[in-house]
Design a protein. Structure first.
Length: 131
C-alpha cells in the first residue's frame, strides 16, 4: 500500500490492489509495485471500497454524499452512480457474476438490485432478514 493510505484492498484475483490517499484512488498492479494502473480523483475519501468478484469493477461508497459509484478497473471509466437520498444507503453486495449490485437502504425500507449491464433496477419493498 501507499504510505499514508487511508484504505488498501486487494482484488479477488490478487492481480490488483487499490490504495486511497489524499482524496485519490490508485489502482495498482500487485506484481509491479511501481506501476499505477489507474488514478481516480474522488474528491472525498470513500467510506467503503469493494472489488467485484471477477476483479473487473470497483465500487466506492461515499457515506457523506450517500452515493455509490462503480468504476472499471481496466480504464477507470465510471460504470454507474447510484444515489438514494430518500431512503439512504446502509450497505451493498456484489452478485457472484459481478453484473449486479444489491443495495440495502437504511431502516430496511427497500432493497434495490442494480443491473449494471443495462443500467436498470428492481426494488424489493420492506425486505426481511432471514437466518
Amino acid at each position: 500500500c501507499l504510505p499514508g493510505a487511508a484504505q488498501c484492498k486487494f482484488s479477488p484475483n490478487s492481480e490488483y490492489y487499490v490504495s486511497i490517499a489524499s482524496n485519490k484512488l490508485f489502482i495498482k498492479e500487485a506484481s509491479v509495485e511501481t506501476k499505477t494502473w489507474q488514478t481516480i480523483k474522488t474528491g472525498i475519501i470513500p467510506t467503503e471500497v469493494a472489488f467485484s468478484p471477477n476483479s473487473e469493477l470497483l465500487a466506492l461508497y461515499f457515506q457523506k454524499s450517500n452515493a455509490l459509484v462503480v468504476y472499471k478497473v481496466e480504464d477507470g471509466s465510471m460504470v454507474a452512480k447510484i444515489e438514494d437520498s430518500s431512503a439512504g444507503i446502509a450497505g451493498f453486495l456484489w452478485t457472484k457474476d459481478s453484473s449486479q449490485l444489491v443495495v440495502f437502504s437504511e431502516n430496511s425500507i427497500k432493497c434495490t438490485i442494480y443491473l449494471l449491464y443495462n443500467k436498470t433496477s428492481e426494488y424489493i419493498k420492506n425486505p426481511k432478514l432471514v437466518g
